[in-house]
Design a protein around this ligand. Structure first.
Ligand SMILES: Nc1ncnc2c1ncn2[C@@H]1O[C@H](COP(=O)(O)OP(=O)(O)OP(=O)(O)O)[C@@H](O)[C@H]1O
Ligand SMILES: [Mg+2]
Length: 184
């Protein structure tokens, strides 16, 4: 079991460039998406500051696990969308990862975050994982003072996706960035 799963890691807070952080992950998955003919899109809203203070690597690990699942549990020639917005009042970065794959029943919304869980629907895929990805995400989010949940179908624009995960990351402003934001 990895240190993340054992909840033994130190959070490393630092200022980081949000768009670069997402770009790095998207470019990591671009190739596997292309191989399945999946259009992997990432939209970072204009309201997201350039720099935020949080643990960049941990956020990337959460988003990576979600994209990895979305690509794995989707058929060829579909679309996976990553969306990111910032809410300055609560100082939270909201991230959604949406896909059009096999879907997850609402009754399983808690179960999927438990370790070693793979749903029967996922078994038809040639590569079935250990069932630790979402548990890792949940553990990481807890450590980052943040949250992750499965979205309800009614919350998702059907034009964008069918299955969605919603992550809220508490992230503070870099002081220079905060000044820029206030005068925007
Ligand atoms: N985007 C998704 N669409 C459909 N089912 C999903 C999706 N993400 C997760 N699941 C379901 O939730 C289960 C748990 O996901 P999790 O990422 O924890 O494990 P895994 O992908 O099976 O293995 P690992 O991530 O350890 O390689 C999956 O086995 C699958 O049944
Ligand atoms: Mg997984």
């Amino acid at each position: 079991m990895s240190n993340i799963v054992r909840e033994q890691f130190k959070v490393q807070m630092a200022s980081f460039n949000v768009r670069d952080a997402f770009e790095e992950i998207i470019s990591m998955y671009k190739m596997s998406a292309e191989l399945k003919g999946i259009n992997l899109e990432c939209h970072i809203s204009d309201d997201v500051p350039q720099e935020l203070i949080q643990d960049k690597l941990r956020i990337q690990q959460v988003v990576s696990n979600l994209i990895n699942n979305s690509l794995k549990y989707s058929d060829n020639d579909t679309e996976v969308n990553v969306r990111c917005r910032f809410y300055p009042r609560s100082s939270k970065l909201h991230i959604q990862v949406l896909d059009n794959g096999i879907g997850i029943a609402e009754k399983d919304s808690e179960l999927i975050f438990k370790p070693y869980t793979t749903l029967p629907e996922a078994q038809k895929f040639t590569y079935v994982g250990a069932g630790l990805g979402l548990y890792t995400c949940k553990t990481l989010c807890k450590q980052l003072n943040s949250s992750i949940r499965l979205m309800k179908a009614s919350e998702i624009d059907p034009l964008i996706g069918k299955t969605g995960f919603y992550v809220k990351i508490r992230a503070t402003f870099d002081s220079v960035e905060e000044m820029k934001y206030q005068f925007k």
